[in-house]
Structures are given as structure tokens and as C-alpha cells.
Design a protein around this ligand. Structure first.
Ligand code: NI
Ligand code: MN
Length: 227
């Protein structure tokens, strides 16, 4: 079965497994690059990496409209329940869970996680998906960390890495991340959405492909790849 991975700009992805639609970090309404409208997106599961507005985004309205199950850390779980959501599955860093469509494990991420109202969002995370024998690592918002090497030891088919700098890894550290993870394929994210994170993803892709065996897919918002 083919897995479709669609970039909805910034850190937002739709992963379609054939069994389920997984929406990651749905920052759509206030996102100048979003190729879709929040009230048109469907989802069976919504994964939230941390509490910042450019990640938790439209989670509440999409979850209420679609009935999607939200997966996040325990602290964001508590906050979403207090906002009226009922289908929320808490996990935490290092923990994986088997869903009907596959497994997801929360990984460390070095960043913040305050919620839009200033509430405590726990620690931020990345996601490691195990779907139909494929492994997808979405680093979400993070600085470079050496333990990416441990994540890479699992054999990553697709790594989704921020390159925007300022709030997360920039191009230099994202290149070092590729060398630690050694994925087959990479998609750069978290750039160009705001002025302070403007980058040239094509130049980055050239460097990655010159210096590592990884193949880089630079996507336009709304474009997808198949795994
Ligand atoms: Ni953030
Ligand atoms: Mn962010």
C-alpha cells in the first residue's frame, strides 16, 4: 500500500495511509502559505508536537468538526480536554502506541511548548511513525541534537526537518542532522512562512545531495510524495 505524504506548508502534513488520514501540526488559518482552508480539511487523527500557535493551530476546530482523535503529550492532552475535546490520546516522550493504521512514538525535541493562552504545554516532541514497514521521522521544531543518531539507527525512510533558522535548526545544522540520521529521503520544512525564517530550500537540497546519499524532495505547499 502506498503512503501519501502531503506538505501543507510550515510543519503541517497530511499523511494518508489508506486506512487513515493523519494531520500533523495543523497551522492553517493564520498561515500565509497554507494551500487549504481549515474548514475543508478532513482528518481521522491530528498530531500536535507542541503548544505554539504555529503548530497547535486549528486543532480544536478541526477536531470538533471531524471527530478526529488528537495525539499529543499529556499536558497538551489536559489542555485540549479543558477546551472541550473528548477524543484525545495522551502519549509522552519515548513512548509509542499501536493505532489501527500503525505506530507512533514521541521523540525528544529541544524547543518550548507554551500554549496560546500561556498554559503549560509540557515538553515539545517530534514524531516517529511506523506505517506499513516504512519509518517517517518528523522532527517538528527543534535545534540540532546528537541523539538524532539514535533515531537514525532505526533506519529512516523519510526525515522531515526544519531548516528555517531563528526558531529551529537552520540550514547548516539541518545538514548535520541529515548526516546523523542518514535517512533515504528528506523534506525541508519550517521556512519562508515568516520573514525571519526565509531560506533557499533548493540550495540546501543541493548541498545535502552533494554531501550525503539522501535524496531531497523540496515541495511546494500542497504537493505530495508517495512512499
Ligand atoms: Ni514552536
Ligand atoms: Mn514553529
Amino acid at each position: 500500500m502506498i503512503i501519501n505524504v502531503t506538505w501543507l506548508s510550515h510543519a503541517c502534513f497530511m499523511i494518508e495511509t489508506g486506512d487513515a488520514q493523519l494531520l500533523v501540526d495543523p497551522f492553517i488559518t493564520d498561515n500565509p502559505l497554507a494551500p487549504v482552508k481549515a474548514d475543508q480539511v478532513s482528518a481521522d487523527y491530528i498530531l500536535v508536537s507542541h503548544g505554539h500557535g504555529d503548530h497547535i493551530g486549528d486543532t480544536i476546530s478541526i477536531a470538533k468538526r471531524t471527530g478526529a482523535t488528537v495525539i499529543s503529550n499529556f499536558e497538551i492532552h489536559n489542555w485540549l480536554v479543558s477546551q472541550g475535546l473528548e477524543n484525545v490520546h495522551p502519549q509522552h516522550i519515548g513512548g509509542g502506541f499501536d493505532y489501527p493504521w500503525g505506530r507512533v512514538k514521541l521523540t525528544i525535541a529541544h524547543h518550548g511548548s507554551a500554549l496560546p493562552d500561556g498554559g503549560y504545554g509540557g515538553n515539545p516532541c517530534g514524531f516517529l511513525f511506523y506505517i506499513q514497514g516504512k519509518k517517517i521521522y518528523h522532527a517538528c521544531d527543534t535545534g540540532l541534537f546528537y541523539d538524532m543518531k539514535l533515531i537514525g539507527e532505526e533506519g529512516i525512510d523519510l526525515a522531515i526537518l526544519p531548516i528555517g533558522d531563528n526558531f529551529t535548526m537552520g540550514p547548516e545544522d539541518a545538514l548535520r542532522a541529515v548526516k546523523l540520521i542518514e535517512p533515504s529521503r528528506v523534506i525541508p520544512i519550517h521556512y519562508d512562512t515568516f520573514d525571519v525564517i526565509k531560506q533557499d530550500p533548493y540550495q540546501w537540497a543541493k548541498r545535502v545531495e552533494n554531501e550525503t546519499p539522501a535524496k531531497v524532495s523540496v515541495l511546494k505547499p500542497g504537493e505530495q510524495i508517495e512512499l
